[in-house]
Write a protein that binds this ligand. Sequence first.
Ligand code: ATP
Length: 396
Amino acid sequence: MLATASPRLHAAARRLSLAAPPTGALPALRLPRSRPARYVSLRLRASASASAATPSAKEDLGFEEMAARTTRRYYMLGGKGGVGKTSCAASLAVRFANSGHPTLVVSTDPAHSLSDSFAQDLTGGALAPVEGTDSPLFALEINPEKSREEFRTINQKNGGSGVKDFMDGMGLGILADQLGELKLGELLDTPPPGLDEAIAISKVIQFLEAPEYSMFSRIVFDTAPTGHTLRLLSLPDFLDASIGKILKLRSKIASATSAIKSVFGQEVQQQDAANKLEQLRERMVKVRELFRDTESTEFIIVTIPTVMAISESGRLHSSLQKESVPVRRLIVNQVLPPSSSDCKFCAIKRKDQARALDMIKNDPELMELHVMQAPLVDMEIRGVPALKFLGDIVWK
Ligand SMILES: Nc1ncnc2c1ncn2[C@@H]1O[C@H](COP(=O)(O)OP(=O)(O)OP(=O)(O)O)[C@@H](O)[C@H]1O
């Protein structure tokens, strides 16, 4: 038998499915119009140490450990496409909000599904309050296209062929070629996958530094599928190195050409572009630091019990370890619960799942993680009541 939701929950889900959120372009990040009326005191337990990147045998990694400490903590949920990252991230956010933490859940996945998950329109690019939790819960879908546009603007100012022609004309072609070798134009024109997500995360970090957002003690990220996340992690080092070189080169060029450029009125523009690049580099460094901060951040891998998904989770885990990103928990979603009356299809499916679950037990890296199983439930998980239902089962 599958994990069964109550008829009331089913009725609530049916009502929500009639109110699908509209889609549309997302404007820039805005502040929420009003603060939530209701605040409940934090029911927090004594502080528990969470500094280890891998769990020790004695460490209790239940939900209490996640809810302990009033200081801000970030949880990034990631994994293969379609395994249930959004459902798990949204259910964790609801669970935090119901245990006393003012919480923000952010989607940086270009294919947003937070709106669908909360059955609420979150497409405005602003923090949207989510109704129905004990403590404030806000949700935010960041538009990766916007981040990309912002990046392209830097390129337009920073020199495509215009700058090269200009430098050629001044006998500075060699330097222009050096710039070309760094593939700056290419990089800026077609930003590498993961860059838009990195910029989106850095934006969230940036605005969370403002005093009006200090109330959020738990930030849950619903990240893009595995490939993007891995590229995002290697991106800061790559950008750090290339932008560093570019800026050095640019200052050499600037000193040689400033007089002539000022005649053409380009000096200010160049400086502005250099500042923006430097700003971007700093932001990327911050994202990298956040991902690696064992005190405040944890990456939770979400998977399903299939050989393919678990193999990919193993690779994701290795890459995260290589990048020193703290990972301690693994969610196996959509597990068929035991049953005494299986149909043939279910019996075969169950055997397949058991084989896949054995892979975790036998994997030297994955076996070290705290494994949580989430059952396959008999309803679509949409809206706060359904997310609470899932969250209470998974986050124990
Ligand atoms: N435990 C579960 N039981 C039943 N249905 C589930 C469960 N977990 C997720 N689902 C359903 O599976 C679908 C995909 O889930 P979700 O959007 O959370 O996945 P995702 O990994 O975020 O997907 P994407 O990679 O496309 O963003 C949704 O329809 C969701 O309701």
